[in-house]
Design a protein around this ligand. Structure first.
Ligand code: PLP
Length: 358
């Protein structure tokens, strides 16, 4: 009932015809990889899947695979920091260009379109503001203009959102987060049509970003509790967001499950649940945010998200430190913003911890 770890770099030759089919760990075709690929494809409703050494390996390999020199990609302006930096600093060195747009405004897409445009890139929910952009319009725009649509669905997970059913071509995950869910590995995944995934796999075979079999084993095990964990995290995050919103020492809460969220109705339409991540601004600015974080006892001050432990960070000091103050202001990320990844603790205990700290 538990998949063994096939800790072998190579396998006995069995007549495979080509380089990419020989069984070798870098080629992502051990029994551990094959089991995970089948499971992830089934979870997302895709034809094929590929696991990678990290979320960034999945994202960078997918972008490189579909963006040759001379090509162009349209992306939402607010993205995971590593992805944004990859698009602005690494991709241009390979001869491809990016235009950032406000994906919440479908009229902004068309002026950005060029003959060389090959792909569009969005996130299911953004970090740390939990924006829900017009994903339907993005998928439809890609179909209308023959572009590959890519969505980073790390924050949503297949429990809360089904990008392939919504019309996206490629679903990307940092499996480090909710898919594994135990804060003990770094991993990534790509799910989509077989031909698309095959193209990315061939590139990854050369880049060398395959996932280790032991990490495959842990991810395979983590996936078994994905639905249970996410349902609990959906509920606890909503309970904590509601309590924070009522608290007099809190100025603003960002969580798509709250009626005050500007895209609440859209989020209800897209998502089965609004996830385990939220952010808020305490009254009193950055000093109040720092003091609050020091006083928390149950929640831990640490980067990353999606695990059993509740983690808090100030994006200005961690994930969004690389942006200029103007860029952060443009995106709406204030210096006092506190991001919370809600874990699996009892919601009452978490609410009490934050109430005491506030
Ligand atoms: C963490 C994260 C990534 C990067 O994943 P790694 O596994 O750290 O490489 C990409 N996108 C989102 C939304 C993330 O949260």
């Amino acid at each position: 009932m538990s998949l063994p770890i096939f800790q072998s770099s190579t396998f006995e030759y069995a007549g495979e015809a080509g380089y990419h089919d020989v069984r070798y760990l870098r080629l992502s075709n051990s029994p551990n990889h094959e089991a995970l690929h089948a499971k992830l494809a089934a979870l997302e409703g895709g034809e094929a899947a590929l696991v990678t050494a990290s979320g960034m390996a999945a994202i960078s390999a997918s972008l490189i695979a579909f963006l040759p020199a001379g090509s162009h990609v349209i992306a939402h302006r607010s993205l995971y920091g590593g992805t944004r930096t990859f698009l602005t600093q690494e991709l241009p060195r390979m001869g491809a260009e990016v235009t950032f747009v406000d994906a919440d405004d479908p009229f902004a897409w068309k002026p950005a379109l060029r003959p060389a445009t090959r792909a569009i890139y969005v996130e299911a929910m953004t970090n740390p503001l939990l924006e829900v952009v017009d994903l339907e319009a993005a998928a439809a725009f890609a179909r209308a203009h023959d572009l590959v649509s890519m969505i980073d669905a790390t924050l949503a997970t297949p429990v809360n959102y089904r990008p392939i059913e919504a019309g996206f071509d490629l679903v990307l995950h940092s499996a480090t987060k909710y898919l594994n869910g135990h804060t003990d590995i770094v991993a990534g995944a790509v799910i989509g049509r077989a031909a698309h995934v095959e193209r990315i796999k061939h590139l990854l075979d050369h880049l060398g970003g395959s996932l280790d079999p032991h990490a495959c084993f842990l991810l395979h095990r983590g996936l078994k509790t994905l639905a249970l964990r996410l349902r609990r995290q959906n509920e606890s995050a909503f309970a904590l967001a509601s309590a924070l919103e009522r608290h007099p020492a809190v100025a603003k809460v960002n969580y798509a499950g709250l009626e005050s969220h500007p895209r609440h109705a859209r989020a209800r339409r897209y998502f089965a649940g609004t996830g385990g991540l939220l952010s808020f601004e305490p009254r009193g600015g950055p000093a109040a945010a720092e003091a609050l974080m020091k006083r928390l006892e149950l929640a831990v001050v640490a980067p990353s998200l999606g695990g059993p432990e509740t983690l808090v960070t100030r994006p200005v000091t961690t994930s969004h430190r690389g942006l200029t103050p103007e860029e952060r202001r443009e995106l709406g990320i204030s210096d006092a913003l506190v991001r919370v990844s809600v874990g699996l603790e009892a919601a009452e205990d978490l609410i009490a911890d934050f109430a005491k700290a506030l």
